[in-house]
Design a protein around this ligand. Structure first.
Ligand SMILES: Cc1cc2nc3c(=O)[nH]c(=O)nc-3n(C[C@H](O)[C@H](O)[C@H](O)COP(=O)(O)OP(=O)(O)OC[C@H]3O[C@@H](n4cnc5c(N)ncnc54)[C@H](O)[C@@H]3O)c2cc1C
Length: 267
């Protein structure tokens, strides 16, 4: 069995700054990490590997620096990593990102299961997983919070969305997107850290995947949408007031504040 895990390298959103002038994320202002939901996807893949002996391939589209994320994936239990990187992939929207990842998966060849996070903490559209499945023309289950059973033909997964809990069985090949509730990602082991340090990460550009994608489907050219501007709201400082003396006038003043803010309606 072969499992492909989609791993995106994202900026540390706790620290990253926004360039208000240009309306873009200043990626140099913070370190990077594996998108947290993708760590859950990787952990699910490694757990299946332990049960079935599956081979786990971590796949990422990103700049050359995303190699670090793939090495970390190996340190956390993936068998290998492949980086899709090419200047022609730059400026990709969701459609072009999904096209490129799907082309990478086709280039890998035989696979049974693709695992992705339910969303990223930077782009946050939550669309890439489903789009990859649609392009590959395989079934998919989104927001999986538990994997109940894996056989050599299918997988049974539980989702808890909106109006109920669903138990779904999906035949291979197929794709799952996972939530944070599915597991607790393990830390890298010493043995795997050593393996990751020595690992060579192949870098595939557009030419390598030319049987599945061309320039019109990747990067800016392959994008159907355009981000015109990102606006970051100013942080609002919390204000407090303490009344220490007359309780009645304090209550009157407090009620007035609530009325003015339209929190309280007094007839
Ligand atoms: C016009 C335009 C230009 C853009 N230009 C840039 C740019 O130059 N640089 C930039 O960083 N972003 C750019 N973006 C943002 C970029 O399109 C999104 O980050 C990307 O499409 C992934 O979407 P998402 O982050 O919302 O993923 P989601 O749909 O929220 O991700 C779901 C899951 O899909 C998988 N996944 C998503 N992206 C990747 C990936 N790259 N590799 C592997 N797995 C992945 C992960 O498993 C993830 O958990 C641009 C967007 C637009 C619209």
């Amino acid at each position: 069995m072969k499992i492909v895990v989609l791993i995106k390298q994202v900026p540390d959103m706790e620290k990253v700054k926004f360039d208000r002038e240009k309306g873009v994320v200043d990626r140099k202002s913070a370190g990077t990490e594996i998108n947290p939901f993708d760590l859950n996807a990787l952990e699910a893949a490694v757990a299946i590997k332990e049960e079935t002996g599956a081979q786990v391939v971590a796949l990422s589209m990103g700049p050359p620096s995303a190699e670090t994320a793939l090495k970390e994936a190996i340190a956390r239990g993936a068998d290998e990593g492949i980086l899709l990187s090419d200047r022609k992939f730059g400026g990709a929207d969701v459609k072009a990102t999904a096209n490129t990842l799907a082309a990478g998966i086709k280039e890998i060849g035989e696979y049974d299961l693709v695992l992705a996070g339910m969303q990223t903490v930077d782009g946050d559209t939550g669309q890439v997983g489903s789009e990859v499945a649609e392009i590959l023309d395989i079934p998919h289950i989104c927001f999986v919070e538990k994997i109940e059973e894996v056989t050599d033909k299918d997988i049974t997964a539980v989702t808890d969305i909106w109006d109920g809990v669903y138990v779904k069985k999906m035949q291979f090949p197929g794709l799952l997107t996972v939530t944070k509730d599915i597991n607790n990602p393990r830390l890298p082991s010493f043995k795997n850290k050593m393996k990751a340090r020595k690992a060579e990460i192949p870098v595939w550009g557009l030419d390598k995947m030319s049987a599945h994608i061309d320039e019109t489907g990747a990067g800016l050219k392959g994008s159907a949408t355009m981000v015109k501007k990102i606006e970051v709201p100013e942080a609002v400082r919390r204000e407090g007031k303490m009344w220490r003396e007359d309780i009645n006038s304090a209550l009157d003043e407090f009620t007035d504040i609530l009325k003015n803010k339209k929190i309280l309606e007094v007839k």
